[in-house]
Write a protein that binds this ligand. Sequence first.
Ligand code: FAD
Ligand code: DHB
Length: 400
Amino acid sequence: MCPGRAGHNAEGMRTQVAIIGAGPAGLLLSHLLAQGGVESVVLETRSEEYVAARIRAGILEHSSVELLEAAGLGARIRAEGDEHRGIYLQWPGERHHLDFVDLTGRSVWVYGQTEVQKDLIAARRAGGQEIHYEVSDVALHDVEERPYVTFTDVSGAPQRIDAVVIAGCDGSFGPSRSAVPAAQVFERVYPYSWFGILADVAPSTDELIYAWHPDGFALHSMRSESVSRLYLQVPNGTDPQSWSDDRIWGELSKRLGHGQNGWKLNPGPITDKSVLPMRSYVQTPMRHGELYLAGDAAHIVPPTGAKGLNLAIADVALLSRALISKIKDKDSSYADAYSDHAQRRVWRCTHFSWWMTTMLHTSGDPFDAELQLSQLRWVAGSRAGATGLAENYAGLPIGY
Ligand code: FAD
Ligand code: DHB
């Protein structure tokens, strides 16, 4: 446990906001609350090292970068991130560049979630907010009126934190989402997964390539000048260890168009392999009594279009303002509006992620394939079509 400001008494600890989960949503919320003069305690089941090393998202929207910069977290993004004007959309024989800056005036940044997490951990150390890693048995109590959280700390001692509110930022497997009774759940499971690799090789492209191919979708992304991140559509249940490196590079080369107009995919040593199942999930409302949900605790999007991390950041932007107004200014209007307000963007991103996913992943049905190709030609060939994709990809303003 780090030194913090939560008061200890005979019953346990007391704080203003008990935050469950130290992923990007929980740590950013804690940081923004501290900047607004509201104290919080964060609980996390994993170790700090594990959380910092998890390989996940890689693209920050324009508004996410603006928000992180305004919160004093932009220095490394500017120094080490890579600003991209747009993406390439391709299908066999054709590759088209969509220039988001030209279409919407907004860019995106390649900056890994691992780096966002490191920046948040460094800011927390500097700010001294209290955080407990490697806790277990986290349970939420009395969320309607006098909320408190119980848990077992890393030494095995039982603990209790009383709070004004609880923020459930504990992702898709945490206990917070099920503490909202009678929530309405919307869900779609897709019949394919993403096989993701990280490779120690310079990217073979200046901007991301999203490729439709009859054998399945492929994506060429990156993390730095010397690290590439690539994905392949694979059937659900694929075991990543059952694919040899040669098979992975062969499949990526074919789907990404190695040899097409002289373009080459450079292979290199693979340092990480994982398979990510894809689903859409929205739970509403995102508030019950004094419990507020943010990020993956309330919604999951399939990764096509890179919305998951950005949506978590956008939720927290709204929630931090709502909790600061409620706790410091005794004005509950933003807190009362939080769920409805956040859901507007959640559904926009849910639609966009579903649309990108279903446009780019093959189902084996030839009718679907012709519709997809027709839609890709329209998006790439019409300024109206390209602008729609660009507006959603580069991101809507916070508060949309
Ligand atoms: P999380 O990052 O999941 O953080 C929740 C935290 O809560 C975790 O640290 C977890 O350990 C902790 N927790 C869980 N249970 C408890 C408990 N009982 N008590 C205390 N703490 C608890 N998005 C993209 O945009 N692009 C991608 O390529 C991409 N790849 C992904 C790959 C994987 C394997 C996963 C799982 C997600 C991926 N995402 C991607 C989604 C993106 O990473 C998430 O949307 C983002 O991490 C959401 O942040 P969060 O803080 O809401 O949740
Ligand atoms: C990455 C992930 C995405 O889901 C995406 O659409 C683009 C890039 C990535 O991990 O780099």
